[in-house]
Design a protein around this ligand. Structure first.
Ligand code: TMP
Length: 212
């Protein structure tokens, strides 16, 4: 297992507010001139962005779960080897908008694939790289569905999943957090945006020794 203190990831079920929180965090880090790199999963490298487009295309409803997990893993492998590992080796700070926990949760648990195999595939795709800390922005599956309805924007292929699927992912994230409490930081995501942001900042400041 490879772990760099400079590498953290963010996870959460769809509509958890993860993207909003990453935008706020990015703004605050820029305000203090703290240099960092934000990478987005699936994507973040030219090859990975092309794979992302295949994955999120609504016309690909026939995609088999095994195809899906291999594509996510392929996208992550390229991003990890082309961007994340070289940055970390150079001492840079990297924040990942999703990493392999998303594959364990969405494909492993969500699509009922063999979890032991998923873990091996995750290690293979990332050459054993683990986030030092993983922020789980936590909202209930019911809240996710409410937010999806309120947003009323055309949803992509994955957001069309049922409440049952969201519930499986929510349970998966909680199981992962319980298995690895030293890595996971669970932030309640149903409080006002500012409070979530403050909780995230407090923990990041502690990890990276930033001003409070
Ligand atoms: P996003 O909403 O964070 O942009 O993520 C896009 C979708 O991709 C989201 O529904 C979660 C899903 N996803 C997986 O199913 N497996 C993965 O490994 C990753 C990284 C994302």
């Amino acid at each position: 297992m490879k772990q760099y203190k400079n590498f953290i990831s963010f996870e959460g079920i769809d509509f958890s507010g993860k993207t909003t929180q990453l935008e706020r965090l990015g703004r605050r880090l820029r305000e203090i001139n703290f240099p960092f790199h934000l990478v987005r999963e699936p994507g973040g490298a030219a090859i990975s962005e092309k794979i992302r487009a295949i994955l999120l295309d609504k016309a690909h409803g026939e995609m088999h779960p095994r195809t899906e997990i291999l594509l996510y893993s392929a996208a992550r492998s390229q991003l990890t080897h082309q961007a994340i590992l070289p940055l970390l080796e150079a001492g840079e700070y990297v924040i990942a908008d999703r990493f392999f926990d998303s594959t364990t949760a969405y494909q492993g648990y969500g699509r009922s694939l063999d979890i032991a195999f998923v873990e091996i595939l995750n290690r293979f795709a990332t050459s054993g790289l683990f986030p030092y800390r993983t922020f789980l922005i936590d909202i209930s599956p019911e809240e996710a569905l409410r937010r999806r309805k309120a947003a009323a924007r055309p949803s992509d292929r994955l957001e069309n999943e049922s409440l049952r699927f969201y519930r499986a992912i929510w349970e998966a994230y909680h199981a992962l957090a319980a298995q690895d409490p030293a890595r996971f930081i669970v932030i309640p995501g149903e409080q006002p945006v500012e409070m979530v942001a403050a909780a995230v900042w407090e923990r990041i400041a502690e990890i990276w020794d930033l001003p409070r």
